[in-house]
Design a protein around this ligand. Structure first.
Ligand code: ADP
Ligand code: MG
Length: 697
């Protein structure tokens, strides 16, 4: 008897030899593998196309209705002949060609009568043709054709007889057995509610859809199932985390928070900041470790949310730390936090790789005694020697630069692990966030502080350079500062450096009398620091840099960002870079310099940048262009291993699955109800342990 585990070797027409070959080429070895080897596309014979509607890129097999006329044999080459004919419908004419044919065939061709032809359309030199069309006289037969599955194949496979026909035949055999091999895995009530068809029918109609509607239902069901069990995995893990990882409850908001909020807050919080703060506060009240991701576009004001959260920790008698991926960033956090807390007696210190030994010693001592309330730093904070009296909250800025292992070291810093807040300015498309971060609670700052002027972004080419430089000069005359950013060519650091130096020279020459600072990856941390400070303090008007300045750097007076060879940057990187300007009260500009020749993709990237400042929109386009696998971090997390689900287009289904899982876990957290039995069995057999989830801390 056939089961899902049966080796394909035992299927009709396969045998051990072919089974081995199929396994090697396609990685399929069981009946289940074959069932989930889904067709790439389907041929639709239910539809009749018109010659007049054909388009150049119509590289498809289609059906047309019309008449064949002018059948003739044309000689070519050494006595070879081919047969041609015209095919006409009311909208136009198409050429038919036969390279191989017999006299008998020629006589059989029904000319001058209404018939149907089916085949692949070729476009060449302004005209369309079809070679070896299938011809059907009977209208009923022509239109009865269901959607015919076309499987992903290759020449290599076809040569061994493993062509489309083969897959169709094997799958036709398999689907005959569906009733005995496929068990439902979703509860009845859920399927009814969401109008999801049964599992068995889904497998049937994904391979042999009766019509488009059946295909749609089958496809939706299989996608939903994938999304559902994926979410269930994360949901169960999250639930387990909440039940088993204790946290220090911060029940109160006290004097530190209140007096800062009332007296020293330099601006009114945006509604989004308030909402997010409330979410964090609600989490931290509980005796359960918080694991929250704070997403907010560049400039949305995440630092203030971080600071206020740390003040709550302090009010409850706990220390906090905030870490950034680079020296420059942690220095900036330190500066701004220290400035904000200037009139309080809250102690803040900075710890980085370049902190001197004596200063380190003081930090270590003050951390242990509890005298130090807030530690700002880089990875240096993670070192084992850095011990806290009672670390209650750890904040990680720009999360994607920290590895999982490093984050894990934070846990060890307190007996009861600290609450974790991860902040990122890399907007993640909604569908990805729903999947990728399903084990985290997510807060989003989706609103910019008021009074911010939208950055004006323009695309310029080499021929406009003089104009661009003059514009930059004018802005400098108005008192602004500007950035020039050059791409990194990773293969050759030396070339990069040379490139940067050369351009640096040109800029110094053109902007004679101005101070030009340079920042690049080859500089030592303290050199970078000096350069950055020099620019930040306004002593230098121009910063020429590689992407080192990408994340977080804050110089409000800098209002022009000129990105050279902008076509070489990815969308999210361009957006991050642009976020360096638009931080002050002045109108800011981002100028994307490119060469004249652009690929279609880089044109889309540049155009997107000039059209929107919205990081979430940009991340959506980015995902459409590059696919979800290339969005930072998703590959290793296994989010993109879906067979049917497409994160780019299936947002609705993912959302529905997420809701369904939330509902399920609320009503039956341990999947103990009898109506969830099938689901539980399926999950523990198929999915348990398969989610390559990455714990955030
Ligand atoms: P990011 O989210 O990119 O880390 P920052 O926290 O650096 O953003 O904030 C960007 C700038 O906006 C800072 O200069 C900060 O002082 C300012 N800012 C933050 N929140 C507000 C607000 N509610 N109103 C006005 N300015 C704000
Ligand atoms: Mg920031």
């Amino acid at each position: 008897m056939l089961t899902l585990e049966t080796s394909i070797e035992f299927l009709k027409g396969i045998g051990p030899e072919r089974a081995k070959f199929i396994k090697n080429v396609l990685g399929l070895s069981t009946v289940e593998d074959f069932l989930t080897f889904y067709p790439l596309r389907y041929i639709d014979k239910s539809k009749i196309h018109k010659v007049g509607d054909l388009t150049e890129d119509a590289d498809a097999e289609i059906q047309l209705k019309g008449r064949i006329t002018e059948i003739q044999e044309v000689g070519y080459g050494q006595g070879k002949k081919r047969m041609t004919a015209k095919f006409r419908d009311a909208s136009g004419t198409l050429e038919l060609v036969w390279f191989r044919y017999s006299k008998w065939m020629k006589e059989q061709i029904p000319s001058n009568q209404e018939i149907f032809i089916f085949g692949k359309i070729n476009y060449f030199n302004g005209s369309y043709s079809m070679a070896h069309p299938e011809i059907e006289i009977d209208e009923k037969k022509a239109l009865s054709g269901t959607l015919m599955p076309i499987y992903p194949g290759s020449e290599k496979l076809a040569k061994r007889g493993l062509n489309n026909k083969f897959f169709q035949t094997v799958l036709a055999d398999i689907v005959k057995n569906l009733p005995s091999i496929i068990q439902e895995n979703l509860p009845d009530a859920l399927m009814k509610k969401l109008k999801i068809i049964g599992r068995m029918h889904a497998f049937y109609h994904i391979h042999f859809p009766k019509d488009l509607a059946h295909f749609d239902h089958a496809s939706r069901r299989l996608k939903f199932e994938e999304a559902f069990f994926f979410q269930l995995g994360y949901g169960l893990k999250k639930q387990h985390h909440k039940a088993s990882v204790p946290g220090n409850p911060f029940p109160k908001v006290g004097v530190n928070f209140k007096s800062f909020y009332d007296h020293f807050l330099p601006f009114e919080l945006t509604n989004a900041q308030k909402r997010v703060l409330k979410e964090i506060r609600t989490d931290m009240k509980k005796p359960v470790q918080m694991n929250r991701l704070l997403q907010g576009d560049v400039g949305s004001g995440k630092t203030m949310v971080a600071l206020l959260s740390m003040l709550i920790a302090l009010d409850n008698g706990f220390q906090s730390c905030i870490m950034a991926p680079t020296e420059i960033l942690s220095q900036q956090h330190f500066n701004s936090i220290q400035e904000l807390l200037e009139n309080t007696d809250i102690k803040v210190r900075l710890l980085t790789g370049s902190t001197k030994k004596a200063a380190r010693k003081i930090i270590h001592d003050e951390l242990l005694s509890g005298e130090l309330s807030i530690l700002v730093g880089t990875h240096a904070v993670l070192e084992d020697i850095v011990k806290f009296k009672n670390l209650g909250l750890a904040i990680i800025d720009e999360q994607h630069r920290f590895g999982v292992a490093q984050r894990a070291r934070l846990w060890a810093k307190n007996r009861i692990p600290p609450h974790i807040l991860v902040m990122t300015a890399t907007p993640i498309p909604r569908t990805l966030a729903m999947s990728f971060y399903s084990d985290l609670d997510v807060s989003v700052i989706d609103e910019m502080p008021v009074g911010r002027k939208a950055i004006i972004t323009a695309h310029r080419r080499e021929k406009d350079r003089l104009y661009v430089f003059r514009f930059a000069k004018e802005e400098i005359e108005k008192g602004r500062q500007i950035y020039f950013v050059y791409p990194l060519i990773e293969e050759s650091e030396t070339l990069d450096y040379k490139n940067l130096l050369e351009n640096f020279g040109h800029i110094v020459e053109f902007f004679e009398g101005k101070n030009v600072t340079m920042l690049h990856g080859r500089m030592k941390p303290d050199e970078k620091e000096v350069a950055m400070q020099y620019f930040a303090s306004g002593k230098s008007e121009i910063m020429v840099a590689t992407t080192v300045i990408e994340v977080g750097v804050n110089v409000p007076n800098a209002s022009v960002m000129i990105i050279e060879s902008a076509e070489r940057f990815g969308l999210s990187q361009l957006h991050q870079l642009r976020g360096r300007v638009g931080r002050g009260a002045e109108q800011s500009y981002c100028i994307l310099m490119t060469s004249d020749k652009l690929t279609k993709e880089s044109r889309t990237r540049i155009k997107t940048m000039t059209e929107t400042n919205d990081g979430f929109k940009i991340s959506e386009v980015d995902m459409q262009l590059r696919g979800p696998g290339d969005i930072s971090g998703t590959q290793q997390s296994g989010v993109v291993d879906f067979k049917k689900l497409d994160l780019r287009t299936d947002g609705k289904i993912i959302k529905a699955a997420k809701n369904a899982v939330e509902h399920l876990l609320k009503s039956d957290p341990h999947l103990e109800q009898p109506e969830n039995g099938d689901l539980r069995n399926y999950y523990s057999k198929q999915y348990k342990g398969k989610n390559k989830w990455s714990r955030i801390s």
